[in-house]
Design a protein around this ligand. Sequence first.
Ligand SMILES: Nc1ncnc2c1ncn2[C@@H]1O[C@H](COP(=O)(O)OP(=O)(O)O)[C@@H](O)[C@H]1O
Ligand SMILES: [Mg+2]
Length: 447
Amino acid sequence: MYKNEILSILKDWNDWEGRQDIGILRSVYLNRLEGLITGSNQIITITGPRRAGKSYLMRQMARRLSEKGVRRENILFVNFEDPRFTSLDTKLLAQIYDVYKGFLSPTDTPFIFLDEVQEVSEWEKWVRTMHELKKAKIIVSGSNAHLLSRELGTLLTGRHLDLTVFPLSFAEYLMFNKVEIKGAFDTVGKEAQIDGFLHRYIEAGSFPEVTLSAKKTEILLNYFDDLLTKDLLKRFRVRKAPAMKALIKYYFSNAANLMSFTSAGKYLQVHTNTVERFSGYFEDVYLIFLLKRFSYKVKEQEKSPRKIYCVDTGLCNSLGFRFSENIGRLAENIVFLALKRKQMLEPQTELFYWKDIQHREVDFVIKEGLKVTSLIQVCWNLRDDKTKARELRSLRKAMKELNISTATIITEAMEGEEKLNGYTVKTVPLWKWLLAEEVALLRVWNI
Ligand SMILES: Nc1ncnc2c1ncn2[C@@H]1O[C@H](COP(=O)(O)OP(=O)(O)O)[C@@H](O)[C@H]1O
Ligand SMILES: [Mg+2]
């Protein structure tokens, strides 16, 4: 490409002349990212589902650096999804770097942001060299976990730190809706309003653009089309498009249910191996998550049936899940996603479900290191005495087996605490639990 062509593209994506739109600040991610950048000499990789807000986060980071005194000429942002770039290879990367140096003459080690870097073939070679020669601090993003991890696996092992961006947490969702919560006690008098937002959060999900727009279903269906055609069919060279689409719909309508590859295969009349392969791809692009059963034996964990969770409840709903009938399962999905976000900040934790031979179940077991630290049961409607007795029985059994004296039941509206034989079970409404988790995280990360 000609130098002036490259330069005019770069000008469009950097704050050199005008200012980029950086949207609404997502402080949890921003502070975490800043910590990773300033606290290490590693390459930073930002991954996560398509449209979760990775590019916006990168732009927010670039802006923050300049606000903190990094001079404009020491920041370069490149978006490889820009269709004006041709022949996306390491030669182009070198050319871009030359044009940037020639035009701006950086005065210090520059921060280089490479957005959607997986579009560039052999990008990791160039990035690794720049990093080794200490020529730049590099931050890359990509939608595809598999592609990134496979390539990083070979060339960037031990040289990078990763940050996963998810759609909005409930606290972020409230902020995007201009509802400000300043702390755990700032909710008094706002309960009804918050509860209304919670129902919308469950129904429409929390992709940033969807949250800010009135055309929610239309946008979600577009996301789904892009995901299917660009991330799945094209990238993994899959020819059986109808089978793949049917499997996604099957998973979406079974969010928070147990599944096995064999039964999914039988139901859809697709070979078990195909189901397993496709499911791996879905996980790679962060469309679904498959949760394993807790066991002290790794082998048992591996062969256990999985529970399915979907990256966004709005996406489930837009593809035919009936919201009003399944709100309990969608609420469980929301809790799972909140735990996943927390895991992103506390990577030493592991997540499982629990089930014994009498088919008693607990939705979430959280393990930190070798120790189980928390048990969570999601039960949307706990008013029925029989249901309540059943949930408590399962929890007590799990508490005894896993040697933990407290557990939590998350419900739509009930609140309380039950003590029995030294075991304590707390009941909390979902919105309260979600906000309390977030406040705790903010405290841990000094945000
Ligand atoms: N922090 C934010 N503030 C406002 N809008 C946002 C924000 N993050 C994302 N969006 C919206 O969501 C869309 C997708 O975000 P983007 O950062 O491009 O996602 P990704 O890079 O993960 O695919 C954006 O075009 C914008 O409309
Ligand atoms: Mg992007």
